[in-house]
Write a protein that binds this ligand. Structure first.
Ligand code: E4P
Length: 214
């Protein structure tokens, strides 16, 4: 299972990549807007020096401009993954990128038919947004379960990237469903290595060690 961090903040990517377990980064225009003053291209290239896959989202909405943006972004670094919105124009762009060997991440996926369309267009990854479905009172992880079940029947090479993660339970369920990738916000990432029993157990080991080594 690959672990990505969902941020446009280079310091956070540096911090988590130092753990040695980080496979990639996902950014989106909203995350980029939070990093005032940072140059997008420079940020993406710097992140590419830290991890193998960095999603950079195109902002055009019509195929000719989307295709041109995909060409530009993919020329920045071999680790750039062009993030393409799940629209009809996006499908054309995914198809184009696939024919050129450009890696892609299809964003804003909210249904099984959208997942299948993106996979058939040659997307490298699809990003179903679980948290935003939860926000509507649905269970976003049901969509991941449905997509993984469909994937079991066919030979799609497209990886399922669980996006819009809000808590540890999303990560646990993604893993048990066999999703290929999770993209995780920084605050949730910090919780991943933690367990109360680890802290308590380590404290006791240290106390016992002190009692014999003095
Ligand atoms: C990642 O690729 C998505 O852009 C991101 O996970 C969306 O998360 P949000 O629903 O918390 O904005």
């Amino acid at each position: 299972m690959k672990l990505f961090i969902d941020t446009a903040n280079i310091a956070k990517v540096e911090e988590i990549s130092a753990w040695g377990i980080l496979d990639g980064v996902t950014t989106n225009p909203s995350l980029v807007a939070k990093e005032e003053g940072a140059d997008f291209k420079e940020t993406v290239i710097n992140m590419c020096g830290l991890v193998n896959e960095v999603s950079a989202q195109i902002t055009a909405t019509e195929f000719p401009e989307m295709k041109a943006q995909a060409d530009v972004y993919s020329s920045w670094h071999k680790n750039v993954v062009v993030k393409v919105p799940m629209t009809v124009e996006g499908l054309k762009t995914l198809n184009y990128c696939s024919s050129k060997g450009i890696h892609t991440n299809t964003t804003l996926v909210f249904s099984v038919p959208q997942a299948i369309m993106a996979a058939k267009s040659g997307a490298t990854m699809i990003s179903p947004f679980v948290g935003r479905l939860d926000d509507l009172g649905m269970d976003g992880m049901d969509l991941i379960a449905d997509i993984m079940e469909a994937w079991n029947h066919y030979k799609f090479e497209t990886q399922v990237l669980v996006a819009s993660i809000r808590n540890l339970e999303h990560v646990v369920r993604a893993a048990t469903l066999g999703a290929h990738i999770c993209t995780i916000p920084y605050d949730v990432f910090l919780e991943l290595p933690q367990h109360d029993l680890t802290d308590k157990g380590l404290k006791k080991f240290m106390e016992d060690w002190e009692s014999i080594s003095n």
